[in-house]
Design a binder for this molecule. Structure first.
Ligand code: FAD
Length: 406
């Protein structure tokens, strides 16, 4: 729903990934005039490796629209396909098609333009677009995703500057490493799936993990949770984040998470859903990919056109590993200072929870009218905000709060 251009735009949504699209769909359903910007599903198209599957199950991979008419199952039905359950991971290319379909159905007014700058202007915001246009908006919702937060640890920074180390977000096609030795640092889904894809593309990956062993999920005993015996469902109830009572709590009550003391919120965010691979990755990694567990990278230097890593184990022992490239699958760390879209004056004035924005129950920051959703909101609402399954809670609450602001 486009707003009239001559007066202040009530709401601007920046980002067209799952969180931005869901926010815009909910605003539209409430009749709140807004402009929404971004290249739809850009992160999923250009910052994730071809051949990837989603770790989240199909039932936890729908982008929220208020009517439920644009769920993943509805998309599959529109393509003439049956819905599937937990035994069938969603391929990346299908999820991208789904997101584009969602955008056409629920967010037809999307403007495929980059927003260059947000500045505070007398209690409102000046929005500057790549096209050079600027205008005033009463509220701004930042749904700009993971992009600025890709984390490469300091010990790999020199290699990264030389082009000898990179983050998985830099590669939409791991096939470019065919024939090369690649050290993959990390033990989470991204590290393990990257290692499997590298191996399958003809590269020679070695996984380097600090943990003593690699962990993988347990295969579901049936395609649909409802088909599982009652005793199993009672011990480990299904939830969008995975089976178990604690995950059910974290996915079921994100609104209560913000009432936990700050140290508890930080602890859960770090530890809930620790590094592990999906159940369907085990056979693609075990016995196929070299794995060095219980080691961390002490130092890394360029050597002979590649990288020489000195590894340390827990007993103080060291070893050397040589690789043509290092893939630092070391995740994402929210840091407001990296959100250069926000003018420094605006950014500097925001209250923080650690390095993330401090948010109200309605996703509003300490600057009235400035909202954050997706990963930067996880410090307030918990781990569910890291995943697509959090779009319903986030977009519902945020759109209600924005509509109430008027
Ligand atoms: C490798 C990998 C695998 C993952 N697998 C899963 C999974 O299986 N299940 C799951 O639920 N989650 C998964 N995630 C997490 C997933 O990325 C998030 O759940 C989801 O993408 C967050 O949506 P978002 O809209 O906040 O961010 P994004 O999807 O990153 O979208 C942000 C959008 O904002 C746009 N944008 C940024 N800046 C601007 C600007 N200045 N102007 C205009 N547009 C802008 C970007 O182009 C992008 O399109 C995975 C993440 C990674 C990295």
């Amino acid at each position: 729903m486009a707003a009239t251009r001559s007066q202040a735009v009530p709401v601007t949504v920046i980002g067209a990934g799952p969180y931005g699209l869901a926010t815009a769909a909910h605003l539209r359903a409430r009749g709140v005039p807004h402009r929404v910007f971004g290249e739809p599903m850009d992160s999923w198209r250009s910052r994730m490796p071809a051949g990837m599957f989603l770790k989240s199950t199909p039932s936890a991979s729908s982008i929220s629209d208020p009517s439920g008419a644009c769920s993943l199952d509805r998309f599959r039905a529109a393509e003439g396909r049956r819905s599937q359950g937990d035994l069938h991971p969603v391929p990346l290319d299908e999820f991208v098609r789904y997101g584009l379909w969602f955008q056409q159905q629920c967010v037809p007014d999307l403007e495929r333009t980059v927003v260059r700058r947000i500045e505070a202007r007398a209690g409102q915001f000046q929005v500057t677009l790549e096209s050079g246009e600027d205008y005033i908006s009463r509220s701004v919702v930042l749904a700009t995703g993971l992009g600025p937060f890709a984390h490469i640890p300091p010990e790999l920074a020199d290699l990264a500057r030389e082009g000898l180390a990179s983050h998985p977000a830099e590669h939409a096609d791991l096939g470019r490493f065919a024939g090369q030795r690649v050290a993959v640092v990390g033990a989470g889904q991204s590290a393990l799936e990257s290692a499997a894809l590298l191996h399958e593309a003809g590269a020679v990956p070695t996984v380097l993990a600090r943990t003593q062993e690699l962990l993988f999920g347990t295969p579901p005993s049936s395609d649909l949770p409802a088909e599982r015996p009652l005793s199993r469902r009672l011990v480990k109830p299904a939830s969008p984040l995975g089976p178990g009572w604690s995950l059910r709590a974290f996915s079921g009550i994100p609104g209560s998470y913000r009432h936990l003391p700050a140290p508890a919120r930080e602890h859960f965010l770090r530890t809930v859903l620790g590094p592990s691979g999906a159940w369907w990755l085990r056979d693609r990694v075990h016995g196929r990919v070299d794995v060095l567990t219980g080691r961390s990278v002490r130092s890394a230097v360029p050597a002979g056109g590649g990288a020489r890593l000195t590894l340390a184990d827990r007993d103080g022992g060291t070893a050397v590993l040589e690789a043509d490239h290092v893939l630092s699958a070391t995740g994402y760390r929210v840091d407001l200072d990296r959100m250069e879209l926000l003018a420094p004056g605006l950014r500097g004035g925001l209250w923080r929870s650690g390095r993330a924005p401090h948010l109200s129950a309605g996703f509003e920051s300490s600057v009235s009218g400035l909202y954050f959703t997706g990963l930067p909101a996880a410090a307030t609402f918990g781990p569910v905000l890291r995943f697509v399954c959090g779009t319903g809670f986030a977009a519902g609450r945020l759109s209600r709060a924005v509509a109430a602001r008027g």
